[in-house]
Design a protein. Sequence first.
Length: 452
Amino acid sequence: MGSERALAVVVLAAGQGTRMKSDLAKVLHPVAGRAMLAYVLDAARALGPDRLCVVLGRAADRVREAFEGAAHFVEQAAQRGTGHAVLCARESLAGFEGEVLVLCGDTPLLRAESLGALRRAKAERKADLMILTARRDLPGRIVRDDAGRVARIVEATDASPEELAISEGNTGVMLADADLLFEALDRVEDDNAQGELYLTDVVSIAVTAGRPVDALVLSDADEALGVNTRAELATAAAIQRRRNALAAMDAGVTLVDPDATYLDTQVEVGRDTVIEPGCVIQGHTRIGARCHIKAHTAIEDAQLGDDVVVGPSAHLRPGTRLGATVRVGNFVEIKNSDLGEGVKADHLSYIGDADVGAGASFGCGSIVVNYDGIEKHRTEVGDGAFVGCNVNLVAPVRLEREAFVAAGSTVTRDVPPGALAVARERQRNLEGWRAKRDQRARDQRAEKTQKD
């Protein structure tokens, strides 16, 4: 993709993230189900870099653990600015000759295609340094000379009113020849409002040295969004969810109202599936073809076969696996269970930690009682078994093939194949009970009145 020159990528992920007001490292905050840093690393890896380095700061151990094996990590012990952060990666790039791409760990919307375009532009324009810019309000402003050439980048905290009015902003993405980058960084000084070493100062140093500097403007300014606050996190998530919705529709999925459908980035949906408004589908969920996910259904890390119907207002929790043509109705919750082909649970049921055979049926209000207060236990329901309304299956228990459980039963023992289980107290009708009760109530009121 792009230039044939060797490429190293340095991702800056050491920011304190103080405006997030969170105990979680900023780059670990999720955007549509994935940590911000995951998006940035995916974009970087798509370029096929020879080296990939992430500069960490706050909560470094937690970030390393979350992305173990994904990159080489270095730590910026003292927070002395973006220029200093890149210098912290110098040792890991020792002996490298080629281009260095600097990315920010808090820009999850940046696409690999835009980075590839930046590399191609650098090669075509024979620039030694390229920056990626956008027409939006960003912390750095791109100052150009009278001929329209990039002259320098000024940070908003150091900018004049005229410079603050500039519409072209710095995305924080820089692609530079390695020798130029580190030679310029050695000359950067901290004489600014923040007392930090700014990576952006490399631009003016390169211009002064007569090295060719150029810029590429993003066609989609949303890609430049940096996440520094909870509000920006919500904005980024909304944009990513919209991307996910468009990708699903492009793949043949019908979303009745895309803006009211919440699809995490790793969700996969088969063609001709219909998803109604208000659905939240999260994690590594896989939905087959021709399914119908009805309104206000929540699905988390579940696997659905083809021609499945779920909802409305159902909840599939992690570990749920539904075979083809399964039907799950309103206010049904399923967790860590495997339902075979054609199983039906149409309303008001809970199925947890169960293995259910093909064609089995759960009546309204049927419950799998999987927890004894200390441990979870599994329930087995054989092919074609029928569980009546308001039945409790107290795990561990097994219903054999084509077993039938009468409504209102609490089952604590295994049910043989084809047997009917009736586990409830025998009904008694007490004649005249209502009249006797009402008479007692009248007598009690009369007695109370006499005492008063």
